[in-house]
Design a protein around this ligand. Structure first.
Ligand SMILES: [Zn+2]
Length: 411
């Protein structure tokens, strides 16, 4: 069907509004004149859009700028308290739930342990309770929550709010968002957890002013998310963890052999250590029954050479995986994050060395590597960014239910 003239006009308006809002979010506070100059929009258009955004409460006027004669201009900035969002990270043994403002600042958060009953209705009931408690603790009033973002590991169908496969809970093709949307009556956004971190980096983190970057997470598994030409690539599989690194390597959880994850993720470090202990290697970890990743890191800190070796090997292999990613996509920035960063330089120095040694000539100079530890709260903030990203995403990519809630209904 041919779009109507009115439809075109509304879309044009939405595109201009999105442009102004993004400028204010990424570079604000800005004066109306700054916005006109940077966006290429006319002064009248900017004034009209700014008026609408200020009236909605989404943008606020602050301070007075430098005047070049006449009235001093007021700066415009995003009003972080115009609405609140909830982010939940679902893990194997716990749920982390956070309430954030529109700048992704965490107002309240809590961690809920999960029992051994992993049936869908049980987990969903705990999730609902956790969200209610966290919103109550944030003292903002439930009606001010504009959306809920949920991140979890596995194959996710964000468009339909379904989980294709969850490795933690062994769910296959289940509707996850539907009943929650009915319960809370706000949009629910479901996404793979690594993608939620990538979206958070894009809007609020290291990726803010970078058009072309990748996020690689290391922890229980290894995952990746990609932003290219300023767009988050939802359709990129992000399964860097299951690219093959060793022909005769250990078996991976995915069923294949020699995957990067099976060689370089946290459980791989423990498995490697156990094997070498069984072969008689010297270590302070000998005799430790429940060998944890934290125990390995502590042993490495204390100078245990077996622990240091195992972490170094995992870091070097991770670096090869990242070098392959760089050779394939030539990003300008790679953000390495996840719980596994807590191994510190035991893992990161060998990782950087592998990147230096395996990236194709000429590409290394173009890419910056940033490492960032990510805890439970950051993951939940990432999930909240799913909703926040909807406020700023281009209207060309589809209608955003969230922005409609925030703007006055008169338009
Ligand atoms: Zn695998």
């Amino acid at each position: 069907m041919k779009p109507s003239k009115r439809g075109n006009r509304n879309l044009m308006r939405a595109i201009n509004r999105n442009l102004v809002l993004n400028l204010i979010q990424s570079e604000g506070p800005l004066s109306r004149t700054d916005i006109a100059r940077r966006s290429g929009l006319g002064n009248a258009t900017v004034s009209e859009i700014a008026g609408e955004l200020v009236a909605s409460g989404l943008v606020e006027e602050v301070g007075e700028g430098e005047s070049t004669g006449g009235r001093r201009p007021l700066f415009l900035r995003l009003n972080p308290a115009a609405g609140y969002v909830v982010g939940v990270k679902v893990m194997e043994q716990s749920l982390t739930c956070a309430v954030t403002d529109l700048n992704a600042n965490v107002i309240a958060h809590q961690i809920t342990p999960l029992g051994t009953d992993h049936q869908l209705p049980v987990i969903q009931a705990l999730l609902i309770e956790a969200i209610q408690t966290t919103v109550r603790n944030a003292q903002i009033g439930r009606e001010r929550v504009i959306g809920i973002g949920i991140g979890l590991a596995g194959l996710i169908d964000p468009e339909h709010g379904r989980i294709g496969y969850s490795p933690y809970f062994d769910w296959r093709d289940v509707d996850f968002a539907g009943s929650l949307e009915t319960h809370f009556n706000v949009p629910i956004y479901l996404e793979n957890d690594v993608n939620t971190l990538t979206i958070a980096e894009q809007w609020f983190g290291h990726g803010r002013h970078v058009d072309h970057f990748a996020v690689v997470t290391v922890g229980r598994g290894i995952g990746s998310g990609i932003v290219m030409n300023g767009q988050f690539c939802r359709d990129a599989a992000g399964e860097i963890g299951h690219t093959t690194l060793l022909l005769d390597g250990p078996r991976c959880d995915c069923g294949k052999v020699g995957c990067l994850e099976a060689v370089a993720a946290d459980p791989a470090v423990i498995r490697e250590l156990r094997q070498r202990l069984a072969l008689g290697a010297e270590s302070t970890l000998r005799g430790v029954e429940a060998l944890t990743f934290d125990a390995v890191v502590a042993a490495a800190d204390a100078g245990d050479s077996l622990a240091i070796d195992a972490l170094a090997r995992s870091g070097y292999c991770l670096g090869i995986g990242i070098a392959n990613l760089i050779n394939l996509l030539s990003p300008h920035l790679v953000i390495v994050s996840g719980e596994g960063i807590r191994a510190g330089e035991h893992r990161l120095t060998p990782m950087r060395r592998a990147i230096d040694e395996h990236v194709f000539n000429g590409l290394r100079e173009q890419v910056r590597i940033v490492t960032e530890w990510v805890g439970d709260e950051t993951w939940a903030r990432g999930a909240a960014s799913l909703v926040l990203g909807e406020i700023f995403k281009s209207p060309v990519l589809g209608e955003s239910k969230v922005i409609e809630q925030l703007l006055p209904k008169s338009t």
